[in-house]
Design a protein around this ligand. Structure first.
Ligand SMILES: Cc1cc2nc3c(=O)[nH]c(=O)nc-3n(C[C@H](O)[C@H](O)[C@H](O)COP(=O)(O)OP(=O)(O)OC[C@H]3O[C@@H](n4cnc5c(N)ncnc54)[C@H](O)[C@@H]3O)c2cc1C
Length: 470
């Protein structure tokens, strides 16, 4: 009886983590935990997208490999089951950082790989029959103030300079933009075809299931306490493995010695109830199209498979002393800001009931650029630091880690983030001060720009913590 009550409480806690987890049609009960000591070829810590994609591609290349995934909660519990469902092309991280350690050519290959990843995710969803609402209709980025328009135009012109052709990213005329989505207050818009909409929890859970069908063992409610060379220590026992992959992104900061690897920055979302057909006729939002703006704390939105608007944005600093904490995942002022954006830009949805509010931690490395790393001598690898652009990037990481582990000499293993390591963040309370300053300064810059129509120079104040993207 007690066991059943605990299971129900766990399920309620998991479902409360996001709209997507809440609406999963199947029960959200945990798989069995690690029963005791175990030996395997590859042990992966974390059943988010990074861990699951790595397991998936390892098994595709070498079906007899003994692959085990250890997950502290349930597959898709972290941001992988909570995100905005933007499967969007474009690199995660700062081009300049990657270019400095490799070459312009490597960065261009990385951009092309990010476009391919959008299609690869759709192809796997089709092949493995993962019902995750994958729909590729591109991404429209709108500017709703003069400074935003300047940033949008600068972004497109920087891309053109870097060799990105019109077919991959371009400015839209008003009539063209209106055909895709009518955003009230739009001054300018750009379009990229390299983006798809997905229900992220269904993708994560479906991918976990596909991995199991290929012979991967997933242990849930199994927290890894310590990662030592070729050894993982958990409460119930130890796992010995020729290869250990850490796929715990922002949660890595809870592991011994990793506290300053990332700055956890919270991104939060709200979702409306399903909207009636008349509202969609008024908004004219093409199904599968992703929509965002160019505020410093930009919004990202999708039209969900069940006709809601799910819209998110950054903006909640963590609390000092508890950087990773479920109490950081809801924030009244961010929810109010998102609701205001919804009302202002999609008036047909202004009176819709908000049914869900949730969030999760993004992993921000000190140089805001991701890493995929594997050391053959110690058998240890990890990937992460996607700064909120991980849905497509984790697929690249998973394929790359599989190639690195199996010694496959592919183009992936020379992409510019392979072997990259960012320096650590400053110790507390300096990292907390940086997190607060970033969020507060960018929020106040957005308010000033909306009010005055002029560029807010106060963003320069946080430049030491945020590299210039160009
Ligand atoms: C609100 C929100 C919106 C976002 N929107 C987008 C978007 O639209 N598009 C986009 O590209 N990106 C988006 N992101 C970012 C994206 O979700 C992440 O970059 C991506 O999911 C990271 O995947 P991951 O597998 O590396 O990490 P995670 O999803 O964090 O998975 C890590 C897993 O490891 C487990 N774990 C942690 N510690 C341990 C341990 N010690 N032992 C065992 N298991 C452990 C966790 O429980 C978790 O399941 C968003 C993020 C948030 C929070």
């Amino acid at each position: 009886m007690l066991c059943g009550v605990t299971r129900d409480l766990d399920e309620a806690r998991y479902r409360a983590r996001s709209l997507w987890l809440d609406l999963l049609p199947e029960p959200l009960t945990a798989r069995p935990s690690l029963p005791g000591d175990l030996d395997c070829d590859v042990a992966i810590v974390g059943a988010g997208f990074t861990g699951l994609w790595t397991a998936y591609y390892l098994k595709r290349h070498q079906p007899d490999l003994r692959v085990v995934v250890l997950e502290a909660e349930v597959a898709g519990f972290g941001p992988s089951g909570r995100n905005g469902g933007w499967v969007s092309g474009g690199i995660a991280g700062i081009a300049r950082v990657y270019e400095r350690r490799t070459s312009r050519d490597a960065v261009q290959r990385a951009v092309a790989e990010s476009y391919s990843a959008v299609d690869e995710i759709g192809a796997v969803a089709g092949r493995e029959e993962i019902d995750c609402g994958y729909e590729k209709a591109g991404l429209v980025s709108v500017a709703t103030s003069v400074p935003q328009r300047q940033r949008l135009e600068a972004m497109v012109s920087a891309a053109r300079h870097a060799g990105v052709p019109e077919d991959d990213l371009r400015l839209l005329g008003d009539a063209e933009a209106d055909k895709l989505v009518r955003v009230t207050g739009r001054l300018a818009a750009s379009y990229s075809p390299h983006a798809a909409r997905v229900d992220p929890a269904r993708l994560a859970r479906g991918l976990a299931h596909a991995c199991e069908l290929m012979g991967v063992t997933i242990f849930e409610r199994t927290r890894v306490r310590e990662i030592a060379p070729r050894l993982l220590r958990c409460e119930a026992g130890s796992v010995r493995a020729g290869t250990v992959i850490r796929a715990t992104e922002s949660y890595s900061t809870l592991l011994p010695g990793e506290a300053r690897t990332y700055l956890p920055l919270y991104s939060l979302m709200i979702a409306t109830e399903p909207l009636p057909d008349e509202a969609w006729d008024e908004i004219g939002w093409r199904d599968g199209l992703l929509v965002g703006d160019r505020h410093h704390l930009f919004f990202y939105a999708q039209r969900t498979g069940d006709s809601r608007i799910a819209i998110g944005g950054r903006g909640a600093p963590y609390k000092l002393g508890r950087p990773i904490d479920e109490r950081n995942e809801r924030n009244a002022s961010v929810a109010a800001r998102l609701q205001a954006a919804l009302r202002a830009h999609f008036p047909a949805a202004a009176d819709a009931r908000i049914t869900h509010h949730w969030g999760g931690p993004l992993a921000v490395p000190r140089d805001w650029s991701m890493s995929v790393t594997f050391d053959r001598a110690s058998g240890f690898g990890f990937a992460g630091g996607y700064v909120g652009h991980g849905v497509a990037a984790t697929n690249i990481s998973g394929r790359t880690l599989a190639d690195l582990v199996l010694g496959r000499d592919t183009d992936l293993v020379t992409l510019p983030w392979v072997g990259h390591r960012s320096r650590k963040w400053e110790p507390e309370p300096l990292r907390y001060a940086a997190s607060s300053a970033i969020v507060r300064t960018l929020a106040s810059a957005d308010r000033k720009e909306d009010r005055s129509g002029r560029r807010a120079l106060r963003t320069m104040l946080v430049k030491p913590f945020m590299p210039d993207p160009h």
